[in-house]
Ligand binder design. Sequence first.
Ligand code: NAD
Length: 246
Amino acid sequence: MDAADKNPIETFVKWISESERIVFFTGAGVSTESGIPDFRSGTGLYRDNSAEDILSRRYFDKHPEKFYDFYLKNLVFPDARPNILHDTITDLEKMGKHITVVTQNIDNLHQKAGNSEVLCLHGSIEKSHCIRCGAEFSLSFVLEMSESELPPRCQCGGVIKPDVVLFGEGLDFDVLNRSAGRIYDADMLVVCGTSLVVNPAASLIRYYRGKKLVIINREPTAYDRYAGILIRDNLGNLFNKVKNMV
Ligand code: NAD
């Protein structure tokens, strides 16, 4: 048994202090403690099996009003605030570490916490575009709509679509490329709060070449055997301890 097995938290903190370029690869689990449900926990959105269908481009094009009903109730939490994990990652940046956040989340909490490089693989709720003329709209424009006005429409008559990647859509090539590059160059890769089942996002962690891969998740993932440190704890618990140690 080595130090990483015996004292995973101490080793995690030591690895942070030894590393200059750190990538945090995050998923919906980092935001549950900010009150946003994830997909695959017992209380996550996938308790309702149709979530993946509803969040598909095909469904959006066919039933935009039903899509918006689900989307606004289950994925848009404009008042959610960053939690201890988001704040600790920002503190590391303030301490001079080169931090990149590669996130599957669309909730904007890493940006709200103040991280300067956040690569959103699946887009963000903050902006929307008309699918006909490309005009841009803010989240507040969409939130001001009454239920009978949904789906929101542009002046040109086109439906407005949030800038989130739906099932059946491709990821932004530039964001994907930059994420792969940052992971490839990283001294340390910390994977937090993701089931690692949504591809191509999850497979990006294969670009990591270093020896400091940390996976922190309540449940097992298919990548656990590659981790130098594996921590199965609540992220809030862990980062409450880590915050005072870094
Ligand atoms: P997921 O729901 O598949 O997995 C989340 C994982 O986090 C689970 O394994 C769960 O056990 C773990 N987890 C939850 N809370 C935790 C906590 N407090 N501490 C430790 N572990 C915790 O999420 P995913 O892998 O990100 O799934 C991918 C899709 O979900 C992405 O496409 C993303 O866009 C979408 N999504 C995003 C949000 C968001 O932006 N907050 C919310 C729901 C879904």
